[in-house]
Each structure stands twice: as structure tokens, then as C-alpha cells.
Write a protein that binds this ligand. Structure first.
Ligand code: 3PG
Length: 390
């Protein structure tokens, strides 16, 4: 693909599609990691003396319906504070004309309000394209969506290129997944096998060890013949879990199964944690974490790895008494010499809780797009950039 950093931008109209879909409360951005990650591209364009426009979706608004709640105003204010100067927020930017000065940044209001955005309507994409000389796709977090601002515009803009963040994300994910240093370890946590089945299937063909955690692990424990009591477990997927284990064993890879677990009887913040052998979970108990022996085994695997890909906690780490497993794994990921890649909302929350943000080789800004990349899917917004580059 064409890269932004290779282009001469002086005086040009630059349309940046970023992923500034951040949490907002009472008109203020509560976590601005995605804005921080998007600033490299914005600053680069400003420094070159370009006329810079940036837009993003925020939430999932209904088409044609603007409201305070889905406005990018808090985002524009956050960016203005970083730049130390006011930033204009432009409403109705598709229909109404506007000018941008050289070296100026304007924020174009939530693109998902625009008619034709979500359905990737050609006419909408063409109107976007007319606003710019260069389209910069930098929204890795939305690269799995073919919408007018992520995909359509790239067909019609005079030049369509990858921004600095998108390039970094693709480099990190490619290094970890397509060209990994071995042994390669994936950690896939979360509540359900069903929501991550394609991720598990795809990774099971690539990795040396696939660590499953959370509710997902319970289905695998059952497949390994253990009682999981009242734990979240998808009985209909037990044969699928068994098949994945067998398939990996055949090529001398494995899905490590917990030898000890931490259980409780109720899903409550003050529920006492009870350590159990994985063979002796009672019918009225629920598994909320892995035990210390299992956590240590996983930590050893992580320490010996060449690559670690982490998506999802291995226990209910929101409750401290059920967070030890996730903490042990997080610490090993922080300490290992392996190339480490993490992504997804829960994973980032765990990384923040255990204070290891600076010790991960790369933390993706994406949720859904990260998972689709792990599934081995082509991201439509990246594919169109490849096509445009010829
Ligand atoms: C995300 O938060 O995962 C991205 O911004 C995409 O948002 P969406 O799922 O609403 O398209």
C-alpha cells in the first residue's frame, strides 16, 4: 500500500479517517488512548503544512440523527488541548462547503450520522472523495468495516494511503501472526467459545500452544473429561473443543488444560475464593480463575515463547480474589523476551490494572478488527488500499 510518510503533503487537502471511537462520560473523554495513537498522523500532516481534516465514527448512531451524545465535540476538545489551539468542529460537512487553511486541523463531525456511510453508498463516498487530494486511512480499529469513510472513499480519492497508526498496527500484527518467532503462544480468553470459535480455529493451525481462558476454558475442561459444576460452559461445543485439542496434538502443539482452579458459588464481588484441584469441582461450584499451579505452568510457557498474542483474561479479574491467574500471566507477558502483542478491551483493562502498559511490545487499538485479523480474514479497508496501490 501507499504510505502517508512517503507523500509530499504541502498545501494539499488531507482527509484522515481515524478511529476516535472513545468512551465519553458527561461530555468528557474518559480514556483517550485511541486519540493518542491517532496523533502521529495528524501531527505529521500539520507539520507538512497540509490542510487537514479528520473524522471518525463515535458509537453507533442512527443515520441522519445528530445528538449531543454522538457528537465528536469532546474528541475535538481533547485534540485542541493537545495542539494548544482551538480546533473547529464541522457539522453537516458533506452538504455544506468549508475551507481549511494550510497547517490547520478541522474535525468533521461523526461520519456515521451521514446518509450512506454505513451502507458504503457510492454517492456518499464520492462526495467525501471530492473534499480531498489525499485520503489517509488510519482507523485500524474500524478497518474490518466496509463503510463509506473506510472503504468507499478509498476507491475515489485521487490518492488513498495508509496512515502512520494503520501502518504500525499492520506491521505488528503481521510480525506476530504471519511471521512469528517460535514457539508461538496465543492466549484467548473470554466468556464464550461460540463468539471466538473462528479465532480459535484459525490460531489452532498456527500456534505451538493455545492457552484458553475464562468461560472458554470451561468448555475445554469438560472436553478433557472434568466436571465444571455450574460454570459457564457450552455443552454443544464440547465436541468441537475436543476436536481442536486432538488436531493440535497431532501436529505436536497443545491446548494446556488447568490442573487447579479457583471456584466460588456465586458471581459476586465479595464471593470467597476456594482453590480446588481441577478434578474435584463440585456440582454447585463455578470456576472463576485458574489456580496457582496452572498459572505458573502458563507463565513458564510464556517465558520460553518467541511470540505471544494475548486477547482476553483467564479469570474474573475484576474481582481481585479471582484475578491471580490473569495477573500471573500479565507479569510473565511483561517479563518475557518474546515479541508480545495484545488487543481487545478486556485485555487492555487487565494491562492497566496490573500496570504493565509499557512492557508489551505492541498494544493494538482495535477490538473487532484485531479479532478478525487473528481469524485470518482480510480487512476490507486495507484490501482496498492494496488494490489502489496496484
Ligand atoms: C471498535 O470500538 O471496535 C471500533 O471503533 C469499531 O466500532 P463498531 O463496532 O461500532 O464498528
Amino acid at each position: 500500500v501507499i504510505k502517508l510518510i512517503d507523500l509530499d503533503l504541502k498545501g494539499k487537502r488531507i482527509f484522515i479517517r481515524a478511529d476516535l471511537n472513545v468512551p465519553v462520560k458527561d461530555g468528557k473523554v474518559t480514556s483517550d488512548a485511541r486519540i493518542t495513537a491517532s496523533m502521529a498522523t495528524i501531527n505529521h500532516c500539520l507539520k507538512q503544512g497540509a490542510k487537514v481534516m479528520v473524522t471518525s465514527h463515535l458509537g453507533r448512531p442512527e443515520e441522519g440523527v445528530w445528538s449531543e451524545e454522538n457528537s465528536l465535540k469532546p474528541v475535538a476538545e481533547n485534540i485542541a488541548a493537545r495542539l494548544g489551539k482551538p480546533v473547529r468542529l464541522i457539522k453537516d460537512w458533506v452538504e455544506n462547503g468549508f475551507e481549511v487553511a494550510e497547517g490547520e486541523l478541522v474535525v468533521l463531525e461523526n461520519c456515521r450520522i451521514n446518509k450512506g456511510e454505513k451502507k458504503n453508498v457510492d454517492e456518499t463516498a464520492q462526495k467525501y472523495a471530492k473534499l480531498c487530494d489525499v485520503f489517509v486511512m488510519d482507523a485500524f480499529g474500524t478497518a474490518h468495516r466496509a463503510e463509506a469513510s473506510t472503504h468507499g472513499i478509498a476507491k475515489y480519492a485521487p490518492i488513498a494511503c495508509a496512515g502512520i497508526l494503520l501502518t504500525e498496527e499492520l506491521d505488528a500484527l503481521t510480525k506476530a501472526l504471519l511471521n512469528p518467532a517460535r514457539p508461538m503462544v496465543a492466549i484467548v480468553g473470554g466468556s464464550k467459545v461460540s463468539t471466538k470459535l473462528t479465532v480459535l480455529e484459525s490460531l489452532s493451525e498456527k500456534v505451538d500452544q493455545m492457552v484458553v481462558g475464562g468461560g472458554i476454558a470451561n468448555t475445554f475442561l469438560k472436553a478433557a473429561g472434568k466436571n465444571t459444576g455450574k460454570s459457564l460452559c457450552e455443552d454443544d461445543l464440547v465436541p468441537t473443543a475436543r476436536a481442536l485439542m486432538d488436531k493440535m496434538a497431532k501436529r505436536h502443539a497443545s491446548i494446556p488444560i488447568a490442573v487447579d482452579v479457583v471456584v466460588g458459588k456465586k458471581f459476586e464481588a465479595n464471593e470467597p475464593a476456594i482453590l480446588k484441584d481441577a478434578d474435584s469441582v463440585a456440582d454447585d461450584e463455578m470456576i472463576f480463575d485458574i489456580g496457582p499451579k496452572s498459572a505458573q505452568e502458563l507463565a513458564d510457557i510464556i517465558m520460553k515463547a518467541g511470540t505471544v498474542v494475548w486477547n482476553g483474561p483467564v479469570g474474573v479479574f475484576e474481582f481481585d480474589q479471582f484475578g491471580t491467574g490473569t495477573k500471573t500471566i500479565a507479569m510473565a507477558i511483561a517479563d518475557t523476551k518474546a515479541f508480545t502483542l495484545a488487543g481487545g478491551g478486556d485485555t487492555i483493562a487487565a494491562i492497566q490494572k496490573y500496570g504493565i502498559y509499557d512492557k508489551i511490545s505492541y498494544i493494538s487499538t482495535a477490538g473487532g478488527a484485531f479479532l478478525e485479523f487473528l481469524e485470518g480474514k482480510k480487512l476490507p479497508a486495507v484490501e482496498i488500499l492494496e488494490q489502489r496501490a496496484g
